[in-house]
Design a protein around this ligand. Sequence first.
Ligand code: ST9
Ligand code: ZN
Ligand code: ZN
Length: 332
Amino acid sequence: TRNGGAGMEKALSNQEDLGGDRGMTDDIFDESYCEKEGPKPARRYVWRNIILMSLLHLGALYGLWLIPAAKPATLVWGSLCFLLSALGITAGAHRIWSHRSYKASLPLRIFLAIANSMAFQNDIYEWARDHRVHHKFSETDADPHNATRGFFFSHVGWLLVRKHPDVIEKGRKLDLSDLKADKVVMFQRRFYKLSVVVMCFLFPTLVPWCFWGESLRNSFFLPAILRYVLVLNATWLVNSAAHMFGNRPYDRNINPRENRLVTFGALGEGFHNYHHTFPYDYSTSEFGWHYNFTTAFIDLMCLLGLASDRKKVSKETILARKTRTGDGSHNG
Ligand code: ST9
Ligand code: ZN
Ligand code: ZN
């Protein structure tokens, strides 16, 4: 088996080392799952998504073309919107809600849920549910963006076709009680469409138009459309590139890899071999703030008293794991 059996055992015992106090373990790889025999179900295209995604990307190309005509303040604002929406994914949907790797106070969760709507990547509940099945059944039919189906499928293709039935079947068995009990998550889910219209499109567009007289065209195509597409692709690269290109210092038996370029664009989320080996580590890396804006943000929130209980894997455990299952790329 992939983790060599002992891998799973070790992962679970690490979980216990952490006090088992995340209240969940459904993001730990499940070795017992076997893909069904026989022919795979036919691919069913979702034309609505194919058309909208294509138009969105054409809009982003037009945005790129408009950059020289934009006011500097608009570009700064677009970058700020990038950071905010990215944090809604990394510090929010990913590190709190998918993995429970740290605790956030109510004001911080509200802030991150608003930032998450700005990123428009499905509501937090759906994102975290899909992400937990991704970790638990990584690189199988039950993984929504199964990277063994190729770069394009794991990047964006999975959003353009119906899901493999095993994703839904296995996803329905996950324990999502922590998400259902989180009022912020459920509130965002209830008002998701409205929150996306306001946060992903209206707010980024109206600020430059109202406050420094930017044209409506530049205001819409840069901080709204281009910024949205950049955050989407930075996120998707974690599923595609970081499952294909890079070293595997922690576990050479799994596909996810350490990818410097992805890490940079994704605010610290490209240390993906580490992350799949130790999904409960709040930093998704052993190197602290190095290339990891999200970790710096969470540490700042702790300093301000808005977050707590950061789960961290000990250096000894990391070293032991590297020695046992790593590819040797961190030696020396
Ligand atoms: C987007 C998401 O972009 C990106 C996520 C990326 C994840 C990255 C992770 C990497 C690590 C973190 C790094 C972060 C880095 C960030 C860097 C930032 C700079 N379990 O879905 P339906 C049920 S979204 C259980 O329609 P279809 C479901 O509840 C972009 N149940 O399936 C429903 O049941 P019911 C914008 C599940 O028909 C039924 O099944 N959004 C599960 O196959 C049908 O559900 C889009 O583009 C599950 N896992 O359609 C739209 N899944 O009827 C995307 C489903 O009872 N979505 N169910 O309610 C869609 O249009 C559709 O989902 C579909 C599949 C066409 C893809
Ligand atoms: Zn992954
Ligand atoms: Zn994860």
